[in-house]
Design a protein around this ligand. Structure first.
Ligand code: 5GP
Ligand code: ZN
Length: 135
């Protein structure tokens, strides 16, 4: 895939600090960490976002994230972590090659994640129905 920074990392054209690799994934340290120990699990093959990734690859991703997260928590001494996958630029995906963030956390205030607002209960059933129709 031309012009993809993560394909360049997979192929070794761009250096990376790796903690794990297998036939499907590479786990590497994020170059702009949100917290110390923030790393990325990226697919070896180029897929844009989660809807593009074959199910048999996705099925391996969460067990791997669990294994990596356990090591991250022990390695950096954090009690908690976020798993984050951005899908599409509107959702904050800057690199269009599938990746999962493991972000170790020390406290709930260190990242500016906004809370939600109470749902409008007159609209919520219709939103649910619109989703259900597409399943
Ligand atoms: P996104 O916003 O697409 O979900 O996250 C992309 C992530 O990739 C960001 O956290 C960013 O810091 C990281 N990143 C971008 N370019 C590089 C790079 O060349 N090397 C590494 N290790 N991480 C990168
Ligand atoms: Zn790529």
């Amino acid at each position: 895939m031309g012009d993809c920074v993560f394909c360049d990392i997979v192929n070794g054209r761009i250096p990376s600090i790796r903690v794990y690799e297998d036939a499907d994934f590479i786990a590497l340290m994020d170059i702009n960490p949100l917290t110390p120990g923030h790393l990325l699990i990226i697919t070896r093959d180029h897929y844009g976002a989660t809807l593009d990734v074959p199910d048999h690859i996705l099925a391996k991703a969460l067990p791997l994230a669990k294994k990596i997260a356990e090591a991250v928590l022990l390695g950096v001494g954090s009690p908690a972590f976020n798993i984050l996958i951005n899908n599409g630029p509107e959702a904050g995906q800057a690199v269009s090659h599938w990746h999962l963030h493991v972000v170790p956390r020390q406290n709930p205030q260190e990242l500016p994640l906004p809370g939600g607002a109470p749902a409008d209960l007159t609209k919520l059933p219709f939103t649910a129905a619109a989703i259900r129709e597409n399943l």
